[in-house]
Ligand binder design. Structure first.
Ligand SMILES: Cc1cc2nc3c(=O)[nH]c(=O)nc-3n(C[C@H](O)[C@H](O)[C@H](O)COP(=O)(O)OP(=O)(O)OC[C@H]3O[C@@H](n4cnc5c(N)ncnc54)[C@H](O)[C@@H]3O)c2cc1C
Length: 387
């Protein structure tokens, strides 16, 4: 390190906290400013119903979850082992659940993880100031709105970890996009990611709201994903839907669903032919009731009675996706600051002492711990790059 810097970090999400961790460990002075009254609101929301912090599936499958080489480089440099070692250091043991998902040990709640991390940062000398909204910055000053009054603070380095634009009640409002645009910094409009598909489902299918449609394969554009869907009033959600969001944003709307991916067409037709009627055949094939309702709604009587036609339909059930759910409901967003506006150390080309990290940058990944791992890793990248 050349000399200790006065670093201001805006935000207290996982990207901000990890950037601050490395900076403090390396002897810099760090002050966090957060517009909400408490730290890490979205981090805690992510912990509802299981705190999936990262994922331990092997590379290259792990790296393929990310859409940009830049973010892959960061998750390679700060990987799941680094995260697990860090969590261990602050007293948070982890375990690996299904599909490689990494969780804190069962008795540890999301708030315990956050509190352990904040306590560690305070021991290293971090200062946290809440209710402070950044409203402007220039090359060496940041302007904050504190209880209705503007205050300016000087910095040596400014780290922005402002988040994306979903779940705005957590503080991730995306309002900073306009500030950046006004300064002539290249930005990409936000779009929903890891969001449900809006599909006009008939009432007979919507009646199965909340029920899973298990073991199906979904095809959209060039992408396919096996897994479990959930029926909602607006369409479908679930891991395959989230995985296929990117294909939808590229303009693909025709979703095909294979209701029996483990069975060949011949086997399905054989079972349908052996059954006393098609409804009984669908039961023997264990097709989810919601899909049976959809099949009956879509097919004319003679098509339904034709075992070959019905078999082919089961392997390729068509749906038209109308939209993704609104941005505010999405688990994450794409858009924000593109890598083309950033130097390799994640400083802004236009403001070389200002760094960006986390979901505010334009990259994408599915749920399953990949989002948080990239937020941790990009924060660590910035934290290690500031000399
Ligand atoms: C319902 C839900 C479930 C999720 N589940 C998972 C999961 O299981 N696994 C996974 O990997 N990811 C999950 N995520 C995604 C994950 O939580 C986010 O990707 C991650 O929190 C983003 O981190 P970040 O540090 O970039 O931004 P954030 O966590 O959004 O933090 C940004 C912070 O910046 C503050 N801020 C913004 N603007 C200003 C300003 N002008 N002045 C001052 N402060 C400001 C905000 O108040 C906020 O505290 C989930 C998200 C949601 C909504």
């Amino acid at each position: 390190m050349e000399s200790a810097k006065q670093v201001i970090i805006i935000g207290t999400g996982p990207a901000a906290l990890m950037a601050g961790t490395l900076l403090l460990e390396r002897g810099h002075a760090v002050t966090f400013y957060e517009q909400k009254k408490a730290a890490g609101r979205k981090f805690l929301v992510a912990g509802h119903g299981g705190f999936n912090l990262s994922n331990r599936i092997d590379q290259p499958a792990f790296l393929e979850m990310y859409d940009r080489e830049e973010i892959r480089e960061m998750v390679r440099a700060f990987d799941v082992d680094d995260l697990v070692a860090f969590l261990d250091k602050i007293g948070i043991p982890t375990y690996i659940g299904s599909s490689g998902k990494v969780f804190p040990q069962v008795h540890i709640k999301p708030i315990d993880v956050l509190n352990a991390w904040l306590a560690y940062l305070k021991r290293l000398g971090a200062t946290f100031l809440f209710g402070c909204q950044m409203v402007d910055f220039d090359a060496d000053m940041v302007t904050l709105l504190v209880e209705g009054n503007e205050e300016t603070k000087a910095y040596d380095r400014l780290v922005l970890a402002l988040g994306g634009a979903s779940w705005s009640k957590t503080g991730a409002t995306g309002k900073w996009l306009e500030l950046f645009r006004g300064k002539g910094i290249e930005v990409v409009p936000f779009e929903a990611s890891n969001a449900g598909f809006e599909i006009a489902l008939p009432e007979a299918v919507r009646a199965f709201e909340g029920q899973p449609v298990k073991h199906v394969a979904c095809y959209l554009g060039q992408k396919e994903k096996y897994g479990e869907l959930v029926v909602t009033q607006y369409g479908f959600e679930g891991a395959p839907v989230f995985y296929l969001n990117g294909a939808f944003r590229q303009g693909n709307k025709a979703l095909l669903l294979d209701a029996k991916p483990g069975f060949s067409l011949e086997k399905i037709i054989h079972i349908l032919e052996q059954a006393k009627n098609p409804t009984e055949g669908l039961k023997q094939l264990k097709i989810a009731k919601a899909l049976v309702a959809y099949i009956k709604h879509k097919l004319r009587k003679e098509e339904f009675l034709d075992r070959h036609f019905l078999g082919q339909f089961i392997k390729r059930i068509p749906f038209t996706i109308e939209a993704l759910r609104p941005v505010d409901e999405a688990i994450s967003t794409v858009g924000g600051v593109p890598f083309s506006a950033l130097n390799n150390d994640l400083s802004l080309k236009q403001f070389p002492a200002v760094y960006c990290c986390g979901e505010m940058m334009d990259w994408d990944a599915p749920t399953g711990g990949y989002l948080l791992q990239a937020c941790f890793a990009s924060g660590a990248w910035v934290g290690s790059m500031i000399k």
